[in-house]
Design a protein around this ligand. Structure first.
Ligand code: NAP
Length: 236
């Protein structure tokens, strides 16, 4: 039985995985980047802060039987480091990636490849719910639109015309409806994160609002991908 599991975390499914591994009697450590001042803590051991690149992570894998990368789908640097360090040290790696979202009837989505492309897709004068997280908000700085920026912690810079809402998802559908209505939102900009934060997309669909959705960065080639916590447990 695999005993020592290192989970690269920072997501709800990483917390669920840690909890189920701990319940199974496995020795689980979750690694957090240390960006959020008051993170929701998982079961088991927790370490915080970067490893110091691929070399640092490879060194840390000496004490580990299996590495699970359960970081956010947009944490591409960490995922790349995990693949490189696992390959170098011969450590088995499972990448846990929840599925992305799929447009349904009534959705008015424009998919783009980056935050910069999302900024270019915003019509002049739009009232935008910017729900892409704290990092990367600077890409929208010079856009001629008004922004409701929602993030867990304040971004370093805000667009020129913006209001900040500090909040941690997932959000209830009724709350998303109320937010769109209260601020007269005409466009939603989000990452294709997948998972439980889709209420904003449902509320946008109900109102016939367009959504600019940023596509996920690609995974490193050749990694084993699980799409749910159950899949990871089966693979282990
Ligand atoms: P990133 O750009 O892929 O990683 C940048 C650096 O941060 C990495 O090279 C690593 O530093 C450190 N790092 C990232 N995740 C780490 C982890 N779990 N444990 C230890 N070090 C970590 O990452 P990011 O997009 O800034 O995301 C940071 C964290 O926030 C991740 O844990 C991710 O799951 C979570 N998160 C990200 C998003 C998003 O939209 N990007 C959304 C929600 C949650 P070293 O090179 O020094 O090891």
């Amino acid at each position: 039985m695999t005993r020592r599991v290192l989970v690269l975390g920072g997501t709800a499914e990483a917390r669920e995985l840690a909890s189920r591994l701990a319940d199974d009697g496995r020795d689980v450590t979750t690694s957090l980047a240390g960006r959020t001042r008051h993170p929701r803590l998982p079961a088991g051991e927790v370490r915080s802060g970067g490893f110091g690149g691929v070399d640092g992570l490879a060194a840390a894998l000496g004490e580990v039987d299996v590495l699970v990368d359960a970081t956010h789908p947009f944490a591409a640097t960490m995922t790349g480091h995990a693949a490189a360090a696992a390959a170098r040290t011969g450590t088995p790696l499972i990448v846990l990636r929840r599925p992305g979202w799929t447009a349904g009837p009534g959705d008015r989505w424009t998919r783009v490849g980056s935050l910069a492309d999302a900024a270019r897709a915003i019509p002049v004068g739009a009232r935008v719910l910017l729900a892409t997280g704290r990092q990367g908000v600077e890409a929208f700085h010079d856009v001629d639109a008004w922004f409701l920026v929602r993030a867990i912690e304040a971004p370093d810079v805000l667009p020129a015309r913006a209001e900040l809402v500090l909040a941690r998802g997932p959000f209830a559908l009724d709350d998303e409806r109320a937010l769109l209505d209260r601020y007269g939102i005409t466009l939603v900009v989000a990452k294709d994160s997948g998972g439980a934060t889709e209420a904003k997309l449902v509320a946008a669909r109900e109102r016939g609002l367009p959504v600019v959705l940023v596509d996920r960065p690609p995974l490193p080639p050749g990694v084993d991908v699980a799409t749910s916590v159950d899949d990871v447990l089966a693979l282990l």
